[in-house]
Design a protein around this ligand. Structure first.
Ligand code: NAI
Length: 329
C-alpha cells in the first residue's frame, strides 16, 4: 500500500520504515496535514498523521479526491479528526489505541517530581557553583491524595504509580475499571477536585471535556494543589490556570500539552519571537513546567506505534478494515 506520512520526523522515518519493511511504500513529508497540504497525498491509498495534524472535513475531502481510503493515526487520541466527514467520504480511520501507557504515565510522574523537588533549578544552581537550598523545599508525595481523571490505559498506570508512592488514590471516570479495585476509590469529579493534593489528567479531549479544568473546577481544589496535564491541552482553560497561579491558589502546574500547541510544538522555534502571549505568561511562573508533548517519546512506545500503524494498514489491505478502527459513535 502507498502511504503518505505527514509531519514526518526522523524518528517516524526510522521506526515506520523498520516496521513496514518491503510490505508498504512509504513517502515521508515534513508538513503536517491540513486542507492545503492534503493534495500532497495524491495517488496514495493511505495518509498517516499525528496529534496536531488537521483532519477536518476540508482536508479529508482533498484526501478522498486524491484516492486516500485510509487515515492512519500514529497516536491514540483522535480529537483532530472529523470522524463523521471521514465516514461520509468513505475514509476508514485507524489509531494506535495503546502503545506504551507507561511512557505517558511515567512522564506525568517526571513532571510532578521535577516541580516538587525542583531538580531542574537545583541542577542549574549546582552547575553555577551555587549549593544553597533556599527555594528548593519540596514535600513528601507519600501519604498525599492523588486524583486521576480518566482511568483508561494511561490513567490506570498513573493510578498504580501513585499507589506505589504511598498515595491515597481517587479516580473519576464514566467507565470505572474493575482492575483498579483496592488501588483507587472512584468518586465524583467534585470530590476528586476538592480532596486531591495532586490532580493528573488522563481523559480524552471531547466536546464534553473541553475546558474541564476551568475557573469553577479550580475553585473546588485545595490551595496549593498541583495539576499535571499530559493528555490534551484543550482540557485546561489556560487563562483560568494563569489566574489561579497569580493568586497562588494553584501550587504548581506541569504541562506536556497546551491548547494552542499546534503552531509551536515539535518544531525548533528557538530563533523566532514567541507570538503566543498566554503561553509566554505561563513560562514566567517558577512553579510551572512545560514540556513539548513528549509523553509518548520512549523507545518502546515509538516501536509499538510504528508496528500498530503498519498492522492497521496491512489489515485494511488484506481484510478490508484496519485492526484498530475509530468510528463516530
Ligand atoms: P483510554 O481511551 O484508554 O482512556 C481514557 C479514559 O478516559 C477512558 O476510561 C474514558 O472512559 C475516560 N473518560 C472519558 N471522559 C471522561 C471524563 N469526562 N472524566 C473522566 N474520565 C473520562 O485513553 P489513554 O490511552 O489512557 O489516553 C488518555 C489520553 O492521553 C488520550 O486521549 C490522549 O489525549 C492522551 N495522550 C497523550 C500522550 C502524550 O504524549 N502526552 C500520548 C498518548 C495519549
Amino acid at each position: 500500500m502507498r502511504i503518505c506520512v505527514f509531519g514526518a520526523k526522523p524518528h517516524d522515518e526510522r521506526t515506520l520504515s523498520e516496521a513496514a519493511g518491503e510490505r508498504h511504500a512509504l513517502r515521508f513529508l515534513a508538513p503536517p496535514l491540513d486542507h492545503l497540504t492534503a493534495r500532497l497525498a495524491e495517488h496514495a491509498e493511505a495518509a498517516c498523521i499525528f496529534v496536531n495534524d488537521e483532519a477536518d472535513e476540508a482536508a479529508l475531502r482533498v484526501l478522498s479526491e486524491g484516492g486516500v481510503r485510509l487515515l492512519l493515526l500514529r497516536c491514540s487520541g483522535y480529537n483532530n479528526v472529523d470522524l463523521e466527514a471521514a465516514a461520509r467520504l468513505g475514509i476508514a480511520v485507524a489509531r494506535v489505541p495503546a502503545y506504551s501507557p507507561h511512557a505517558v504515565a511515567e512522564h506525568a510522574l517526571a513532571l510532578l517530581l521535577t516541580l516538587n523537588r525542583k531538580t531542574h533549578r537545583a541542577h542549574a544552581r549546582v552547575r553555577e557553583g551555587n549549593f544553597a537550598l533556599d527555594g528548593l523545599e519540596g514535600w513528601d508525595i507519600h501519604g498525599k491524595t492523588a486524583g486521576i481523571i480518566g482511568t483508561g490505559s494511561i490513567g490506570s498506570c498513573a493510578a498504580q504509580i501513585f499507589a506505589g508512592l504511598g498515595c491515597r488514590v481517587l479516580a473519576t471516570d464514566p467507565a470505572p475499571s474493575d482492575a483498579l479495585a483496592g488501588l483507587a476509590r472512584y468518586v465524583s469529579f467534585a470530590e476528586l477536585m476538592s480532596e486531591s493534593d495532586v490532580i493528573s489528567l488522563h481523559c480524552p479531549l471531547t466536546p464534553d471535556t473541553h475546558h474541564l479544568i476551568d475557573a469553577g473546577a479550580l475553585a473546588l481544589t485545595k490551595r496549593g494543589v498541583t495539576l499535571i496535564n499530559t493528555s490534551r491541552g484543550g482540557l485546561v482553560d489556560t487563562r483560568a490556570v494563569i489566574a489561579a497561579l497569580k493568586s497562588e491558589h494553584l501550587g504548581a502546574l506541569g504541562l506536556d500539552v497546551y491548547e494552542e500547541e499546534a503552531d509551536m510544538f515539535f518544531e525548533d522555534l528557538s530563533g523566532h519571537v514567541l507570538q503566543d502571549d498566554v503561553f509566554a505568561r505561563l513560562l514566567t511562573f517558577p512553579n510551572v513546567l512545560v514540556t513539548g508533548h513528549q509523553g509518548f517519546f520512549t523507545r518502546e512506545a515509538l516501536r509499538a506505534i510504528a508496528e500498530t500503524t503498519i498492522a492497521n494498514a496491512t489489515a485494511f489491505e488484506e481484510e478490508g478494515a484496519p485492526r484498530h478502527p475509530v468510528t463516530a459513535d
